[in-house]
Ligand binder design. Structure first.
Ligand code: NAD
Ligand code: DAU
Length: 356
């Protein structure tokens, strides 16, 4: 008998932790979180639910088939929601090995174990089971200024080792549905922002450096475009796809919030000017520092979220203006969280990446 339990991988990271918290607020059933706790995984993101009887944490690697198999046999989940990944493009440029290991080999291992588990279920349970793979818009490559937004029908053209490893995992998921009938779904989402994002990514990095009076690094000419979505809206879309998505389909998710990096940085500086008028460097935009560009830097991403909107009725609730203000306020109110995640390893990464 399948339980109402779901297994989440990578639930201690940025999006995964927001998803676990939202799930426990909005859905029934238990969440089992399998996370290796790499530098990006932080159990503190889930401290408010550690005593909750509907939440269980297992520290482990998705590449560890024996462990994952034991978790599936013990918990009998009705779904796997697969977030676990190496996620930072710049780190994939410095060291792609971990990206291929976790994103490609790890997803492959997870699919193999999930297939064995699913094959052993009864007929009704097999029909109800879902494997939901969380992926990215970066698999589609880069757009020119007037190109139409990425649709699900577009060919993959990944440009960074990160994007290539995610594309590889997407192809494996597709093949497991096509060949073995494993009931998979894939979501490809644009850039997320919100609470718990590790401050190696643009938005939390700008907030932190603004708060601390440090240079705010902007790559290249600052005109690269990203399509920003508040993390709670992404989590809501994932729950929607899990509940009503058609097996074997992929769904693009995006906020229709295309912004140049410089616009994002200036918006955050403006909010900081308002909320931290006493900071030593005012206005905060004086901290903006143009730095060497990211190698192979994709120029523009834009998502056509028409399919999920039409077929499943999902719509984002936050505009960029409302979401970014909430996000800045969250970081300002969580200096303890910041101190915890910006320890030794983080400082070594910053020194390596921004040595120029
Ligand atoms: P993150 O780096 O914040 O978190 C990743 C989590 O996975 C961490 O908790 C880490 O400990 C865990 N993990 C890494 N390797 C593991 C392994 N081998 N076994 C088990 N756990 C492991 O990432 P995120 O930004 O929350 O992204 C989550 C997922 O969403 C990723 O698959 C990413 O590709 C995708 N995605 C992210 C964005 C974004 O803007 N952040 C947008 C679209 C899609
Ligand atoms: O598009 C979805 C993807 O968004 C996810 O799949 C990735 O996991 C996630 O990391 C994110 O990738 P990006 O490379 O777009 O995000 P990042 O925050 O690293 O950078 C956003 C933009 O800001 C990008 O154009 C690079 C630029 N940038 C980034 C950093 C860290 C800067 O100008 N300066 C910086 O210091």
């Amino acid at each position: 008998m399948l339980t109402q339990t779901i297994l989440v991988t990578g639930g201690a990271g940025f999006i995964g932790s927001n998803f676990v918290l939202q799930w426990l607020r909005r859905e029934d059933g238990t969440v089992v979180n399998l996370d290796k706790l790499t530098y990006a995984g932080n159990p503190g993101n889930l401290e408010t639910v550690t005593g909750d009887e509907r939440y269980r944490f297992v520290q482990g690697d998705i590449c560890d088939r024996k462990l994952v198999s034991e978790v599936l046999q013990r918990e009998h989940p009705r779904a796997i929601v697969h977030f676990a990944a190496e996620s930072h493009v710049d780190r994939s440029i410095h060291g792609p090995d971990d990206f291929v290991r976790t994103n490609v080999n790890g997803t492959f291992a997870l699919l193999e174990v999930a297939r064995a588990y699913w094959t052993g279920l009864g007929e009704v349970e097999r029909a109800g089971f879902r494997f939901l793979h969380i992926s990215t818009d970066e698999v589609y490559g880069s757009l020119g200024p007037t190109d139409t937004a990425f649709s699900e029908a577009m060919a993959y053209a990944p440009n960074s080792p990160y994007a290539a490893s995610k594309a590889g995992s997407d192809h494996l998921v597709r093949a497991y549905q096509h060949t073995y009938g494993l009931p998979t779904l894939t979501t490809n989402c644009s850039n997320n922002y919100g609470p718990h994002q590790f401050p190696e990514k643009l938005i939390p990095l700008v907030i932190l450096h603004g708060m601390q009076g440090k240079p705010i690094p902007v790559y290249g000419d600052g005109q690269n475009v990203r399509d920003w979505l508040y993390v709670e809206d992404h989590c809501d879309a994932i729950r929607t796809v899990l509940a009503r998505g058609r097996v074997g389909e992929t769904y693009n998710i995006g906020g229709r919030n295309e912004l140049r990096n410089m616009e994002v940085v200036e918006t955050i500086c403006g909010i900081l000017d308002e909320l931290r008028a006493g900071d030593p460097v005012m206005p905060h935009s004086q901290l903006i520092t143009m730095v060497t560009d990211r190698p192979g830097h994709d120029r523009r991403y834009a998502m056509d979220a028409g399919k999920i909107e039409r077929e499943l009725g999902w719509r984002p609730q936050e505009t960029f203006a409302t979401g970014i203000r909430k996000t800045v306020e969250w970081y300002l109110a969580h200096e303890g969280w910041i101190a915890q995640v910006t320890s030794g390893n983080y400082r070594r990464w910053m020194a390596k990446q921004y040595a120029m």
